[in-house]
Write a protein that binds this ligand. Structure first.
Ligand code: ADP
Length: 480
């Protein structure tokens, strides 16, 4: 059976700072259920040591060469839910924040790339495929090809998945050369150079055997300059090796019939519980809107990618209507300031919670009628899929995974499980929000769309089959 080692900077149930951790949790589980032999390797971040230290079994302690220096590497392991996890331990690199920022972060993950390959001879899982994720793992394909090609690891194939091409692991070549002994001849635009810097994402796009990204639409978009962020050239050159495979969510983690975070439960045939969730949410945010008024929410990182400039532009216009608005988010200060201003000026109609809160997110998804997600770009997006699971209709911009996971309402065929608009324009967005509010008042139509949304299969099941095919084609043995 083909063996896949999944490599990421973070993964639940151990550590999460963003959507990657959800995927690095759900996808290996899906692969396992589909009969793929899969293990996961991540850094041993501080929180993991603190929360799981005593459960981790030490496999090896050694020193690895990092340019002119030697650095400690510990390998620890634990089996969780039938999946073997390996943790790369080095207090200097992973004893602080998950992402240190700047050159310190580059060095953290240059080390991680080297360490993962150095750990392979010590672990009893012998992978046929290394499935690398985002720039933090970006040097692995290159090191494997250019420095280990003639060793017993040389047969291993690599898949590199782009979760967000905006973050590329950019640094001066000196640092990369110093840490990983990369010869200067690779520092050209044909290999790892982009815009005068060394680029870990580019290295992966050049050297990985296959490239995937997290939705079919994003796979097409990133071959164009606006979305490709400088990588469009290499992606176009490698388009035959590039595919888009949708992310999914773990359905049991977002189950309106049993979610322990909710005050009341519901399913697609019984919406009384959802009404209770809405009531409780209004009280939690101390809002004065009527229960019958539509409630629009956002659960998001506060960053321009998420289309917050559009929201900022027309939110006050929207709030003149009988509608409630809830925002749960953390991130850029300028957006925090704006939403705090909204909360102060419209206390009856708005609820704002700045920060990260998993349980509250579940209550917001369940208690709202609509989720607004007007992203400028969106590789896949999980929030819209989660919202659908709770019968909360997404209002999205047609980009990336949002275009692939939301079937927009069609008034003629009376179909759809959400709403969408095309141009990145605030009044186009407002127009579609108003259309959605109109549908909200048509009770039977609204119920129909809500049911459609709840019936949508947003799990990893389909995508797991596609990953299996990909590994299969790559290893070429037809064994999985
Ligand atoms: P991204 O990974 O770009 O942030 P996604 O939609 O793919 O966006 O994933 C975001 C995930 O993080 C979703 O599961 C969403 O519910 C969750 N999330 C985002 N912001 C918050 C928050 N402030 N509190 C709780 N959960 C959040």
């Amino acid at each position: 059976m083909t063996k896949v080692l999944f490599v990421a900077s973070e993964a639940l149930p151990f550590v999460k700072t963003g959507g990657l951790a959800d995927v690095a949790y759900a996808l290996p589980r899906g692969l396992r259920d589909a009969g793929v032999e899969v293990a996961v390797v991540i850094p041993m971040h501080r929180v993991i040591k603190a929360e799981h230290g005593s459960e981790l079994k030490l496999i090896a302690e050694t020193e690895i060469g990092l340019g002119w220096r030697k650095k400690y590497m510990g390998i620890r392991t634990l089996t969780s839910d039938g999946i073997r996890y390996y943790f790369i331990d080095n207090e200097d690199y992973f004893g602080g924040p998950v992402y240190k920022g700047g050159d310190a972060e580059s060095e953290q993950y240059l080390y991680f790339c080297r360490a993962v390959l150095s750990a392979l001879p010590f672990i009893d899982f012998k992978p046929d495929v290394l499935h690398c994720n985002d720039w933090h793992t970006g040097m692995i394909p290159m090191l494997l090809r250019t420095q280990l090609g003639l060793t017993e690891l040389g047969h291993i194939k690599t898949v590199f998945t782009i979760h967000n091409i905006k973050f590329q692991g950019v640094m001066g070549f000196k640092l990369m050369q110093d840490v990983l002994s990369i010869p200067r001849r690779y520092y050209t635009s044909e290999y790892i150079e982009a815009n005068g810097d060394a680029n870990m994402m580019k290295s992966a796009l050049v050297f990985a055997d296959r490239i995937t990204t997290v939705s079919p639409t994003y796979a097409k978009e990133i071959m164009h300059p606006f979305f490709g962020m400088g990588m469009e050239g290499i992606l176009r050159a490698r388009q035959d090796d590039l595919s888009g495979i949708l992310n999914g969510i773990e359905p049991e983690d977002f189950d309106p019939e049993s979610d322990p975070a909710l005050p009341s439960h519901f399913d697609r045939g019984h919406f009384a519980g959802k009404r209770e969730c809405k009531k409780a949410l209004r009280s939690e945010f101390d809002m004065g809107v009527k229960l019958s008024d539509p409630l629009i929410c956002m659960v998001t990182r506060l960053t321009s990618q998420k289309g917050l400039d559009l929201v900022q532009y027309v939110l006050e216009e929207l709030l003149r209507e009988p509608v409630g608005f809830i925002l749960l988010g953390s991130g850029d200060e300028k957006y925090q300031t704006f939403f705090n201003y909204i909360a102060a000026k419209y206390p009856e109609k708005s609820g704002v919670w700045i920060g990260y809160n998993e349980d509250l997110a579940h209550r917001v998804y369940a208690g709202s009628d609509f989720l607004l997600m007007p992203s400028e770009f969106e590789p896949c997006g999980l929030a819209q899929m989660i919202a659908q699971r709770y019968g909360t209709l997404p209002i999205v911009r047609e980009t990336g995974g949002l275009a692939d996971t939301v079937s927009p309402y069609n008034q003629f065929t009376k179909s759809g499980d959400g709403f969408s608009f095309g141009p990145f324009n605030a009044h186009d967005m407002l127009h579609i929000i108003r259309l959605a509010l109109g549908v909200y008042r048509d009770k039977s139509m609204f119920r129909r769309l809500r049911r459609n949304a709840m019936m949508r299969d947003n799990s990893f099941v389909d995508s797991v089959g596609k990953y299996k095919e990909l590994y299969n084609a790559l290893v070429g043995n037809g064994r999985i």
